[in-house]
Design a protein around this ligand. Sequence first.
Ligand code: HEM
Length: 510
Amino acid sequence: MNINLTLYGIIILVAISLKLILRKIKNRRKIALANRIPGPRGLSSIVELLSFSIQGPNKFLENLLNLHKKYGKSLFKVWILDDLIVSVTKPEEIGQVLTNTKLFKRSKHYSVFHESFSIGKGIFFTDNFDEWKHNRKLVSEGLKFSTLKSYMPIFYEEANALGKVLYEQRDQISHECEISKAVSRATMEIIGRTTLGIQFGGQKNSKNHLLENIEFLQEVWEHRIAYPWLLKPILFRLSSLKRAHDESQSSLFKWLDDYVYKKIANSKNIDPVEHDKEHKAEEPKTLIDILLDNNPPMSFNQLRSELATVIVGGQDTTAIANACIIFMLAHHQDVQNKVYQEMSRIFSSDDTNRSPTYGDLQQMGYLECVIKETLRLYSPGPIHAKHVDEEVTIGDTLIPADSTILIVIRHVHLNPELYPEPETFNPDNFLPEACQKRPPYSFIPFSAGFRNCIGIKYAMLELKIVISTLVRSYKFSPADKCPTPQNLRLKCLGTLKFVDGCYVKIESRT
Ligand code: HEM
């Protein structure tokens, strides 16, 4: 018995040692190439890692930026245990990463979003280039300009509803209100109406089962990023969150499945000419209608994956962007006055309640600068990560296979060589003459290259309509709960999040 135990012990030890030796041999080239890349080494790399772990998720983005201040003059590396991460910081090198088809795959760190929201693989998650190219073309059809223009009345209607909600929710004495939740409900309503043609009613009712499921799944993914051991499926399975997560997920997916089935059944029963006539008379064609019109039709699985991808990709990002723009306007009265003056020039005093036309939006040049400047300082998705399948040269550096390339957008946007006084909010940074002076890839809130955001035009149209509508009717100013922009605490859990909400004062202009 004892001899047997000893033998087993020896076998296990030999097996572990062999595994370690094999891994070392396999990783020899990776380690050798990594050693040539600058970055924290030895004790200092352990110190850096420890400060990230001790200070936790709320300080993650700040710590990442500090690390970039120390090492980010050029490309640098960090090891996180076995994971080699190479951060690329110069615009020209970022361009090389974003336009290289070999760097098509997103890193494994995105799998947490996929586990919660994606049934199958939509364009955001797929690793298959041909499949991605085919489906991206189909989804782009649903987000093309003529379709987006038909969504403008929806953006306007929901912006008006948002204004009323914020105004009603304000504290009667201080006029302060927390805006992030209401803004998030508004962008959920917008994305629901434009992709599926449904109204969640989230701006009117605080309770909505479907919406609550989506919000809960978002909270779970944030929680898993904040407590990274929960990213390991086995540990997540053991946690109390997993059961509630699965219930929300299956309820949401069942609802989406039933809805998509019904839509498919309806589309088969309706004469396409009559269908088009009906649509012209009422609501615009939504993304699901457009994807269903496709010939040959998209498979059921693909259809629901693409819908889930666009809903998740388009809701949270526009929510944080809208909230940050309102916050920056509140804290920069001179800028808010200029935006208001622009609106007064476009909408004369006798048509203050008029819905904006596309021509009106084209005249909102200053508001566009304000939106871009806010996206520079508060990019809703501040970090990208690509998987390196095979060795690739970026600049003069050979990056080993099986590593991750990181692009910290916020670091690029705070580079004083690209933006003088980078911490100062200055919409003039986006006047045409200022933009011309900067190299390509120095403003990348929507990423760039072939796998950039598919919803840029949708987002810009929505942001312009929501913010112009709010500024036409309301005046925003700093809240005592958050008296300066430095008091606004943000964290990054996949997308940017407010740590303590986002408070401003709101007053009616009439
Ligand atoms: C201010 C708003 C938005 C920002 C800042 C933003 C940002 C981004 C970024 C940075 C990426 C690339 C992510 C990466 O490579 O890691 C991306 C991809 C994507 N975005 Fe957006 N986004 C916004 C709005 C939208 C909207 C409104 C939609 C849809 C209606 C959308 C749908 C998508 C999709 C589907 C992808 C994946 C594209 C692909 O892989 O081919 N986004 N977005």
